[in-house]
Structure formats: C-alpha cells, structure tokens
Write a protein that binds this ligand. Structure first.
Ligand code: FPP
Length: 251
C-alpha cells in the first residue's frame, strides 16, 4: 500500500506490538521453533525502520513475557541470546537514527549478561531524542501494576505520600516508564485476539489491530496497513461523535 494514502497528521504517536506466531511460522516450514524466533528478528528490524520513517515516536515490542520463563530452557536461552546479539548488532543503526532504548519488566530476572547489555543500551542511548524503542522483557501487565502498588504502599507507609493523593495520574507515574505515553495502536500478529498480559493499564483507550500474519512475515507494508486501518477509526475516548468532531485534531 502506498504511503501516500496515509494522513501524516494522524500517525499514531505510540505503536505497541505483540509479536506472535514465531513458533507456528517455523513449524509450518518443518523447522524448529527457535528458527521462527531468529526469523522474527528480521521483522523487528524492518518494523523499526518503517515506524521511524513514518514518524512513529514510540515503538514498544513485547519481546519476552513473564510467562515466557515457563518455556523449554533451550527456547528461553535462544531468546536471550537473540536479544544479546540484537543489542550489539543494531547499535550503530540505533545511534545513527537517534533512537533511545528503554525496557519495561522485571529486568532483575534476566540472566546477568543480558541484563548488562540491556542496561548498557539504555545508558548509551539515553540522550537520543528522535524515537523511543521500548522492549518489554520479563514483562507482565499485572506484575507492573503490582510493582507500582508496592512502591505506592511503601511511600504511603513511610509518610512520604498522602493516600488521599492517590489518583489515576499519580498511580500511572509509578508504572515502569511513566514518560512513555499510552499506546495509540496495538498490533497483534499470529491470528490471536488476546492481550496476553501486555500493558494492561496503558491500553484502556488503545485501538487494537490483529492480523493472521505470523510475526516473521510482518513487514513495512503490513505496518502501513495497520496504520491505515487505525486512521479510518474514530477515537472517542468515551465521548460522543459530535463532541469529538468539535475538538482539535489530537493525532
Ligand atoms: C511469540 O511467538 C514470540 C515470542 C515469545 C518472542 C518474540 C521474540 C522475537 C520476535 C525475537 C526476539 C526479539 C528481539 C527484539 C531480540 P510464539 O513463539 O509464541 O509463537 P507461537 O504462538 O506460534 O508458538
């Protein structure tokens, strides 16, 4: 689909992706599941480039869920190695494009070598200001909400925080990356329509787009198709159509 069909004034500021279907992609080709994860890296590269070209400001990728720790050991090891390699190999392009890397999740559970690579990438890209690439790693939406509740409870117990001051805005400020706005568009590949414990707090008003494509087959055209679909929707945030059409364009 030509990019010209897209409205440049309504590009989603934040796109989040559940990259599903690596295993099925591999199995349907008679390959082992890990081959699907390896092929998935090519899709990550293509989508990051395409999102950057399009002007998407934040891209969040669900790379490893808290539930994924339960997968066979060799699959977990492969996913960690892919992440290690990605964070080294992609660094020149990331720096050149002024992309800031962030990570959300219980990073303390990552193997020490992987955690170090993630921390190095976060540190080395901290002053990049063109785009933010957020990796959800050892991430679960319920876990994130529990972690925020714990920090809030601690602050309240120590007298640092007045419990009456707790409202949605304050709560959100205790989530993993409060500077990152809520996603405008959530894409899920792999022919499933579940949230799978992804960004549960943040997707309250997010537009959801699902596709039958398996993640390793996802490319620029598919991202553009998802954005075109997003642009055809009216976002009302619980208001009426008439109210929304009287408001200035929010993007
Ligand atoms: C879901 O496919 C995908 C994952 C659990 C991991 C996603 C990881 C990658 C795309 C590669 C690593 C990424 C980076 C950024 C280094 P699945 O295995 O659940 O597929 P299935 O549902 O077909 O079994």
């Amino acid at each position: 689909m030509p990019e010209s069909q897209l409205r440049s004034d309504r590009v989603p500021r934040h796109v989040a992706i559940i990259m599903d279907g690596n295993g099925r992609w591999a199995e349907s080709r008679g390959l082992v599941r890990n081959e699907g994860h390896r092929a998935g890296i090519e899709a990550v590269r293509a989508v990051l480039r395409a999102a950057n070209d399009l002007g998407v400001r934040y891209l969040t990728l669900y790379a490893f869920s808290s539930e994924n720790w339960g997968r066979p050991q060799d699959e977990v090891r492969e996913l960690m190695q892919l992440l290690d390699r990605y964070l080294v190999d992609e660094m020149p392009e990331v720096m050149e494009n002024r992309i800031r890397i962030r990570a959300i999740g219980r990073l303390e559970r990552l193997p020490p070598a992987t955690r170090k690579k993630v921390q190095d990438a976060i540190r080395d890209t901290a002053s990049n200001d063109a785009m933010d690439l957020v990796f959800a790693l050892s991430y679960g939406g319920r876990g994130e909400i529990v972690d925020a509740a714990r920090k809030i409870a601690r602050a309240a117990a120590s007298g640092e925080l007045d419990p009456h001051a707790i409202d949605e805005k304050l709560f959100a400020s205790y989530l993993y990356e409060p500077e990152v706005p809520d996603p405008d568009l959530l894409i899920r590949t792999g022919a499933e329509s579940r949230l799978s414990n992804f960004l549960l707090w943040q997707v309250a008003y997010t537009e959801i787009y699902t596709t039958e494509l398996m993640w390793p087959d996802f490319r620029e055209d598919h991202l553009l198709e998802a954005v075109r679909d997003y642009q055809s929707r009216e976002r009302r945030f619980g208001k009426t159509s008439a109210q929304v059409s009287n408001e200035p364009e929010s993007g």
